[in-house]
Design a protein around this ligand. Structure first.
Ligand SMILES: Cc1cc2nc3c(=O)[nH]c(=O)nc-3n(C[C@H](O)[C@H](O)[C@H](O)COP(=O)(O)OP(=O)(O)OC[C@H]3O[C@@H](n4cnc5c(N)ncnc54)[C@H](O)[C@@H]3O)c2cc1C
Length: 383
């Protein structure tokens, strides 16, 4: 069938790959160009493993993208409703743009945080791995933030580098139920991780960090895990953004300004919906829904609103322990959880299964059901 529409997807993370593959698998009349700064997909959920040296996180995009996808290794520097511009000044004309640029670590929130390491992108995680390997025995390492990324990072590092001295500053799993928090504290104790609960880092110096109670603790390496920020591409392009620079999209994922721009993944904020957590879990169904919205817009049809429900959070605590914390649809944790040895293979299966499913989707298989007037009512369920 002759190509009738050209769509440009900006960013080949979980959300962008899903949107591109679904469009190409379901609509032979659509051509898709994917613009991404590198030839590989970065499996960000394994970046704490990259830092610890206990895993790798890259996959060739040719293995994950539909064979009809055209991959352009470049960065988009400006977006208009029907075109994007690249670093060399080239402009790509298209019928719709998908904004899928993801997130990165939040900087500028703590004085001196340019000195801190991070696990939020491949380069930072690799630099941290080298620094940990080069550090002498007993090196004081401070992980800042007791959220899920902080917990996964500090436990992975403690297991891989027992010769270093690890301190977690922050409340471990503060948003989780008491039983799960107690389990996490026991796990941290078993791994020899010290915890400064209730404290916040206010300044990072070369060999120490200062806490909000005025104390100073040694930190040859400080690792920032609290909070993600987003690229400023939407803001620079004059698109509708929230205070953090995330593209504002309607519940259909069409940009709030009503153009043929569709936003998916970490880099967007969905209007009237405050429970889309920045996560791989949400990026995939957002990507799928974004493909359906693009198709509806190309057809001149009103796109369907998004409907999401969370079921759990899978947290690794080193290679052989973890937590599967079940939650209500709106992501509020329930009292049910699987903790300990059993949860570790579950988390690993979810992470592996995600890549395996993406490989199948590149071949046109294993997509979630399409939403639309002709489809049965259902929710996208996030596991
Ligand atoms: C250590 C760690 C552990 C995590 N663990 C979990 C977990 O257990 N479960 C979970 O659900 N989530 C987890 N996350 C979060 C999850 O990785 C992100 O929410 C997810 O990657 C978001 O997917 P995305 O497709 O929106 O963006 P990304 O995966 O960030 O992909 C965005 C892509 O866009 C590209 N890009 C950026 N700017 C441009 C540009 N100007 N032009 C072209 N391309 C561009 C980027 O290079 C990248 O390839 C974790 C994150 C980290 C860092």
């Amino acid at each position: 069938m002759a190509t009738q529409f050209h769509v440009v997807v900006v960013g080949a993370g979980y959300a962008g790959v899903m949107t591109a593959n679904r469009l190409l698998a379901e609509h032979p009349e659509v051509a898709v160009t994917v613009v991404n700064p590198r030839r590989v997909f970065v499996e960000r959920v394994r970046l704490h493993q990259v830092a610890a040296g206990s895993g790798t996180a890259t996959h060739d995009l040719s293995d994950l993208l539909h064979p009809r996808a055209i991959l352009l290794v470049d960065s988009v520097v400006g977006i208009e409703p029907n075109s994007v511009s690249l670093t060399d000044g080239t402009t790509l004309q298209c019928d719709a743009v998908v904004y899928a640029v993801g997130s990165t670590s939040a900087s500028g929130t703590i004085a001196g945080d340019e000195r801190a390491f991070s696990v939020s992108d491949l380069e930072s995680a690799t630099v941290l791995r080298e620094a940990l390997l080069a550090a002498n025995d007993g090196t004081p390492v401070v992980v800042i933030g007791g959220g899920l990324t902080g917990l996964e990072t500090v436990t992975e590092l403690a297991q891989a580098h027992p010769r270093h001295s690890l301190l977690l500053v922050g409340d471990p799993g503060a948003e989780l139920p008491p039983g799960t928090r107690r389990y996490i504290r026991r796990r941290l104790d078993d791994l020899g991780v010290r915890v400064r609960a209730g404290a916040r880092v206010t300044r990072i110096d070369d060999h120490s960090v200062r806490l909000d109670d005025g104390s100073e603790v040694p930190a040859a390496l400080a690792i920032r895990t609290a909070g993600f920020s987003v690229p400023d591409l939407a803001r620079r392009s004059g698109l509708p953004v929230d205070a953090d620079g995330r593209l504002r999209v309607r519940r259909t994922l069409q940009a709030a300004d009503g153009t043929s721009l569709v936003g998916v993944g970490d880099a967007v904020t969905v209007e009237d919906n405050d429970h889309v957590r920045m996560s791989c879990q949400a990026a995939l169904p957002l990507g799928a829904h974004g493909a359906d919205t693009v198709w509806n817009l190309l057809q001149g049809h009103e796109p369907e609103p998004l409907s999401l429900g969370f079921v759990s959070r899978c947290i690794s605590l080193g290679r052989d322990r973890g937590v599967v914390q079940f939650s209500a649809r709106d992501d509020t944790p329930s009292k049910w959880a699987v903790r300990g040895r059993l949860a570790a293979p579950v988390k690993e299966a979810v992470v592996r299964g995600t890549i395996r499913t993406m490989q199948l989707q590149a071949r046109g298989l294993a997509f979630p059901a399409r939403r639309g007037p002709d489809a049965p009512a259902r929710d996208d369920v996030l596991a």
